[in-house]
Design a protein around this ligand. Sequence first.
Ligand code: PHE
Length: 455
Amino acid sequence: MTKNDRANFGSKIGVILASAGSAVGLGNIWRFPFETGNHGGAAFILIYLGCVIALGIPIMIAEFLIGRRSRANTAGAYRLLSPGTQWKWVGRLGVLSGFLIYSFYSVVAGWTLEYIVQAVSGGLSGQSTEGFISTFNTFVSNPWRPALWTIAFVLLTHIIIVRGVERGIERSSKILMPLLFILLLVLACCSISLPNAGEGVRFLLQPDFSKVDSKVLLGAMGQAFFSLSLGMGCLCTYASYFRSDTKLPRTACNVAVIDTLVAILAGFIIFPAAFSVGIRPDSGPSLLFITLPNVFQQAFGALPLLAMLLSLLFYVLLALAALTSTISLHEVGTAYLHEEFNFSRKKAATLVTTCCVVLGILCSLSLGVGSHLTLFGMTLFDLFDFVTAKIMMPAGGLFIALFAGWYLDKQIIWEEISNHGTLKVHIYRVLLIGLKYVAPIGITLVFLDQLHVFG
Ligand code: PHE
């Protein structure tokens, strides 16, 4: 395929929204709250913010410039920019991470479809907190339903992917993101006004650094990579469709800000409500799905129709936010197979879909009938989450930083971030220090800390 055959993101706002659409998803609204709950609250959030600024933004700019410079899929990008070297493995590692993330991510995305149906059929109204907990547990341990929803979600993504980059991804992101943001804001206000919500707000705002250990550090770093879609070639692939006048540093900052705001907002929805109705903050992956129905019930119980409509709107938007992320996950593998193996786009997409349907079903079953089958004490679902977010993505980020900071010609970096000298770039030096030293040393220290090198 020649350069000119490749699609482009049409408008400027489309670029930001598509990248933000990849970043904002279940990672912010489902994963961020439960990781925050598991790791003690405010201190985790502060470390998370530090990771977004010190690691996330520089690595995102690096992915953008690698993608746009090469105009290729993530494995092709390294091959083109460093011919004959082993750097191509960074891209391939990213493609593999993409498959694994897509597989467990689509399970949770499938849950959102179930909750849409529940919201419409009235299954989420009039229950006690225990009722919501048991509804969720019964659902996820059912062998069929969640697996079928997983398949449905992957197929939905497939349809959009085969329709092409510009039409599918861009058009959907443009309308949905702002709507989701407004609804989250409304829900956060509702949650904060519930009785005894103050304890949840304190949980989010009063850090207790005595509880910070190596798990908290790894958790926060992993969450930053997961939430920003970093370290696995996703944003690199998207950047290969960016126009040549897209401002890379500014786009990266916008995406990081939007993504972080959504995550924090989700925290302000989940924790005040969880503390208010007595749900433990460390309930794990079920946290969003058992807390949120309570918010609708408590805040709008007197107006059942409004409660129903708002919960329906929420789950629809959540599913769509997940969809803009699965589209980007799918695109990594599709672009790779299409360009590196000369498969047609349709065939490439079908291969990705088939693999992820199989792995997705296995992940879904691992939460029910297969829950006794564990590896390193984790179900397949938890294992995929752990290995990708806490090992592969930060490791990918480490290599991307090393590649851009040490290997790549500085002229290329300068040209890409300044759009060939047409932009004033104040952050060039800071970016280089971030990529050369801060990110590689920071990520390595967190990894070494895991191995208890520091006692
Ligand atoms: N960042 C997405 C989210 O927060 C998940 C994702 C990870 C998407 C990696 C693409 C690549 O939901």
